[in-house]
Write a protein that binds this ligand. Structure first.
Ligand code: SER
Length: 322
């Protein structure tokens, strides 16, 4: 059966690549891209688009009924750095938004819900290397608190109502198509833009600050794979650990330098360093690999090559005003 899908937060970093991938797979008109304040790319507007505030539960319900939605990818969220500036907003959007979507899903008897969790569920007491699936979850950011509480809520809706909620703990995501907004791992995207546009970058994390990361095509692939997995293969309805690569600013800079030898990076850590220090450097995702066959394709070198190949010509023509 072809799903009829609503994607909230479609103009965000994940949505900008997930919506086109879902449309390519299931058909353009099967996917309703919901956006809030951000305009959304012209690509997003090639299919149905709705303006939606996930804090407004009756609006979510209306869109679900209007389009006959049976599956929701609920991506709308406030990320870690913005969440530390506005903890109340992070709680409201991340928690009430999720609760609204889950309640609408229950009332409308939706088939499946996807919700993104994050490496931010871990705190300083989780092992810093290869943080296991069942590591202690004691985050010290509001974003992390909302992701832990959200995972518990998803699992509760599965246990209590039999809802098929599926959830991934994404690492930092790097995309050539959309800029991230308000996260701690955002440097790993900015660095490519700055390398191409200025030949230099001032990094807000320390040079040896290693974090788990993933190239967006891998993240999209993982998301589709989990959502298409047979229910019997999905053994957990809180967040699956998901990993691909781990690197530091210094390491990605060295990789960029292989193509741009003159690229210079300076380091001036800001308040985001504290957040990065509270997260693991790498994650053990063997459960995802075992349960539903997850395997990543992009290592640091392949990702860097692809980012530069895609962004280089695009930024050059934008500069010329083409
Ligand atoms: N990329 C996110 C952030 O930095 C982590 O989930 O907030």
């Amino acid at each position: 059966m072809t799903p009829k899908i609503l994607v909230t937060g479609s103009a965000g970093q994940i949505g900008a690549e997930l919506v086109p991938a879902l449309r390519a797979r299931y058909g353009r008109d099967q996917i309703v891209a919901a956006i809030h304040k951000a305009a959304g790319s012209p690509l997003l507007r090639e299919g149905p688009v709705e303006t939606l505030n996930v804090s407004d539960s009756s609006a979510v319900s209306r869109v679900v009924r209007q389009y006959g939605i049976d599956t929701v990818y609920h991506l709308a969220a406030v990320l870690s750095a913005t969440g530390e500036k506005s903890p109340d907003l992070a709680w409201e959007v991340n928690m009430q938004g999720l609760k609204n979507v889950l309640d609408v899903a229950r009332q409308a008897k939706l088939r499946r819900v996807f919700w993104p969790s994050s490496i931010a569920v871990f705190g300083p007491d989780a092992p810093r290397k290869n943080a296991p699936q069942n590591a202690p979850l004691n985050p010290t950011t509001m974003y992390g608190v909302s992701k832990v509480a959200g995972e518990l809520l998803c699992n509760y809706y599965f246990l209590k109502y039999g809802m098929d909620v599926r959830c991934i703990r994404y690492p930092g995501l790097i995309s050539s198509e959309a800029l991230p907004g308000g996260g701690t791992t955002d440097y790993a995207v900015e660095i490519f833009y700055s390398a191409i546009q200025k030949g230099s970058y001032s990094c807000f994390l320390e040079k040896n600050s290693t974090l788990p990361m993933m190239y967006m095509p891998d993240a999209v692939e993982a998301t589709l794979k989990l959502m298409e997995a047979e229910p019997s293969k999905v053994k957990r309805h809180s967040g699956y650990n998901l990993a691909a690569i781990s690197f530091s600013p210094e390491e990605v800079a060295a990789e960029i330098r292989k193509q741009m030898p003159a690229f210079k990076v300076t380091y001036s850590p800001d308040q985001r360093q504290k957040i990065a220090d509270s997260w693991p450097m790498s994650i053990d995702d063997s459960e995802a690999r075992r349960d539903w066959g997850w395997a990543h394709r992009f290592d640091l070198s392949k990702m860097t090559g692809d980012m530069l190949a895609r962004l280089g010509p695009r930024l050059a023509s934008a500069q010329k005003g083409v």
